[in-house]
Design a protein around this ligand. Sequence first.
Ligand SMILES: *[C@@H]1O[C@H](CO)[C@@H](O)[C@H](O)[C@H]1NC(C)=O
Ligand SMILES: *[C@@H]1O[C@H](CO)[C@@H](O)[C@H](O)[C@H]1NC(C)=O
Ligand SMILES: *[C@@H]1O[C@H](CO)[C@@H](O)[C@H](O)[C@H]1NC(C)=O
Length: 333
Amino acid sequence: MMHLGRLFIVFVTIEICASASHFLDQEWNAWKIKYEKSYKQSQDERFRRTAWEANWEKVQKHNELAGQGLKKYQLAMNQFADMTAEDVQSKSCLVYNKSSLKSSEVPNQIYSENVNIPKDVDWRKSKCVTPVKDQGGFCGSCWAFATVGVIESRLCMNSDELINLSEQQLVDCDSSNYGCCGGFPIKALNYVAENGIMKTKNYEYAQKRLKCEYDPDEAIQLNATKFYILPDEQNIATAVAMEGPITVGFGVTGDFMLYKKGVFDGDCAPYANHAVIIVGYGTEENEDGEEEEYWLIKNSWGERWGDEGYGKIKRNVNKCHIADMAATIDLRG
Ligand SMILES: *[C@@H]1O[C@H](CO)[C@@H](O)[C@H](O)[C@H]1NC(C)=O
Ligand SMILES: *[C@@H]1O[C@H](CO)[C@@H](O)[C@H](O)[C@H]1NC(C)=O
Ligand SMILES: *[C@@H]1O[C@H](CO)[C@@H](O)[C@H](O)[C@H]1NC(C)=O
């Protein structure tokens, strides 16, 4: 009798494991199709599958906690779900070097603390924010997307015309930055102010650095009046409210790559390794009825990342170095 019972337990266990692995196989295949993944060799696929399974478990656990109100944001098995922590680390696309940015080079903008700014700002409502773009998996050009996104919005706010502008021009032609190997938005803003910028339709994104094809006759000239660094989150909020979207750096880890929605307060890299655009800010009530302050950011990882390409990041705690390299430009109105 006892013998039979044990056999039964063994059998049930095998059955459960087999169906779990069958379930994961199905999930894996569906995910590969959805994100158009194919691996050249079976050993690549095994490696990626292992990374994907680790992320799958992490996402399930995290979202369960989020469902219980114990996490403020949710994760998803998005296009980055087959990446390891080492892959994320090596993906940096920001050359962040505070010592190379002498304070005399770019002035700080300090606003009066008495300026009244709205409680919530969302520049998407102004219709002056272009659709979320995708820098692609193999080009560290976030700095170009962050810079171009800010310029697209600022030009539109001056002219009421929303035009997609060329990141590729910056990747190919801005020699103060490093193409697909990273860059610095404040330097890119300076490049665009000096050279102007072409439209996407005349200079399309290629996901790799190519020969510079810049044609000054086709470039829009900016009439920039000034660039500046925003030294802290209070000044960032004032600039976003009064001037428009700005660029910031951000220290990305695996958590942020798999972010889905909610107010991100997860793990950070030790320095800013990615650039995004702040398009607004606000507060939302969490499960405990507390007000959660956030930045609304536009990313350049396509619409399948985050909340249709956008994310919310905890505000007023310098989350993941978001206030360390905030920069922007004013155009003549
Ligand atoms: C940062 O910039 C300083 C000054 O330009 C330079 O000496 C140093 O090598 C740079 N560090 C890195 C990591 O690029
Ligand atoms: C900008 O490009 C996107 C595709 O990335 C397109 O859907 C959109 O219509 C374009 N917007 C304008 C104003 O041309
Ligand atoms: C910049 O200024 C020039 C000369 O005043 C003007 O022709 C041009 O339209 C301006 N560009 C923008 C984007 O406002």
